[in-house]
Design a protein around this ligand. Structure first.
Ligand code: ATP
Ligand code: MEV
Ligand code: MG
Length: 398
């Protein structure tokens, strides 16, 4: 065991275009948010493994000796264990935690992905006693990549604690980032955590949590977009709970039922992402005009219609679009939809008073709403000094 106390964090994300279509091999454009999930890992000599997940009211402790037996029953991963889930280990863990396949309980999913990563990453040596506490600024299950930020934090902390990757924080620094090769390892294990929570993730959310910034994602290929203009975005949480796993499965059923109808929709979303990427890149090399923003707004409107066609809209998201439209602003859902969050594009000239009135209108609908900054850094190691006092207090409370 390499560390006694370790802090890491990973950002949430907003998808500009391409949610759902990305699961079916189309392009998505996604960007990290300034809202983060923080994790504290502390080694101990208690002979216990504990997780504290206060956002979802989940607190568990197991004896290391009890967990050790689970590995004996499992035959170990075959092939490249970073890329594919070990079905036998997962089955053993489902039995152990009494979680049936298809169970969507928040607490069960988070526990299962922790146990899976812990046992997979330490199975070849001694299982260590440790306590992991996670605290997030992100709303859970609202489309802002909370599951990916959680999985990325778990992967980074457990890989570092196992010695598979170094801890990058220098004595004199407040934050440290891993090298490219280590980030790829973190991302691949985070994808496994996402797979346990989501069922069939594309990998875009964990890629943003790992690398941060804005990126183009296509069939597992990640291209960072460095030349993008500064965008002003309003985030609205309708507070309608939904599960990404259920929504992704719903879209798949629809594609299977109406392939000739749904395939053109997915192709159109792909073209929207590509057109948006082109416009964003033009905006960095020529003077930004109103026409650039007109196109970005039209793309948002068209995509929102497509997402409704895919069956992942919600009446509250329609309300969000209508309310912002009366203020001349354009919105779409972000993430899996079915409730959760939407994004509204603000133009550079959008007056502060218009933003304020829009926020108030949306709050009057019962939504949470705030202007956000985008493009925050990907997964990081922290010194305690670089974590807000309230978050640090929560992480060290358990
Ligand atoms: N802070 C957290 N602590 C523990 N578990 C979390 C936390 N945040 C998210 N999770 C896990 O992630 C699940 C929510 O994932 P889900 O993919 O449905 O939503 P999301 O990631 O917020 O949205 P989207 O996938 O659309 O971006 C929760 O049920 C829980 O298992
Ligand atoms: C709905 C989806 O496209 C995005 C969720 O943030 C699912 C995924 O890509 O894994
Ligand atoms: Mg998710």
């Amino acid at each position: 065991m390499q560390v006694s106390e370790l802090f890491v964090s990973a950002p949430g994300k907003a998808i500009l275009h391409g949610e759902h279509a990305v699961v079916h091999g189309k392009v998505a454009l996604a960007v990290s948010l300034n809202l983060r999930t923080y994790l504290r890992l502390e080694t101990s000599t208690t002979g216990k493994v504990c997780i504290n997940l206060p956002n979802i009211d989940t607190f568990f402790c197991w004896d290391v000796s009890e967990l050790k037996q689970l590995i004996t029953y499992s035959h170990g991963a075959k092939g490249d264990e970073r890329k594919r889930l070990d079905p036998e280990l997962l089955r053993t863990l489902r039995e152990f935690a009494d979680v049936t396949n298809g169970n969507l309980d928040t607490s069960n999913m988070a526990t299962l992905s922790f146990l899976y990563l812990y046992l997979s990453l330490f199975r070849s040596g001694e299982l260590p006693s440790l306590t992991v506490s996670v605290w997030s600024e992100l709303p859970t299950g609202a489309g802002l990549g909370s599951s990916a930020a959680y999985s990325v934090c778990l992967a980074a902390a457990l890989l570092s604690a196992s010695g598979a990757i170094p801890t990058p924080l220098k004595e004199w620094d407040h934050t440290g980032r891993w090298c490219q090769e280590d980030l790829e390892l973190i991302n691949s294990w985070a994808f496994q955590g996402e797979t346990i929570i989501h069922g069939n993730p594309s990998g875009v959310d964990n890629a943003v949590g790992t690398w941060g910034g804005m990126l183009r994602f296509l069939a597992g290929k990640i291209i960072p977009l460095n030349r993008v203009p500064l965008l002003r975005i309003l985030l609205t949480n309708t507070k309608v709970p939904r599960s990404t796993k259920v929504l992704v499965a719903r879209v798949k059923d629809k594609i299977n039922k109406f392939p000739s109808i749904m395939t053109p929709v997915l192709d159109s979303v792909d073209a929207i992402s590509c057109t948006c990427e082109k416009v964003l890149s033009e905006m960095t090399c020529e003077p930004i005009t109103g026409e650039h923003y007109n196109i970005l707004e039209e793309l948002i409107d068209i995509n929102q219609h497509h997402l409704n066609v895919m069956g992942v809209g919600h009446p509250t998201l329609d309300t969000l679009c209508q309310v912002t439209r009366t203020r001349g602003l354009h919105s779409k859902l972000t993430g899996a939809g079915g409730g959760g969050c939407g994004i509204t594009l603000l133009r550079p000239e959008t007056d502060y008073s218009v933003v304020q009135s829009t926020v108030q209108d949306l709050r009057d609908c019962g939504f949470d709403c705030w202007e956000t900054s985008i493009g925050g850094p990907g997964v990081q190691q922290h010194s305690p000094l670089s974590i807000k006092e309230e978050s640090l207090e929560i992480l060290r409370r358990y």
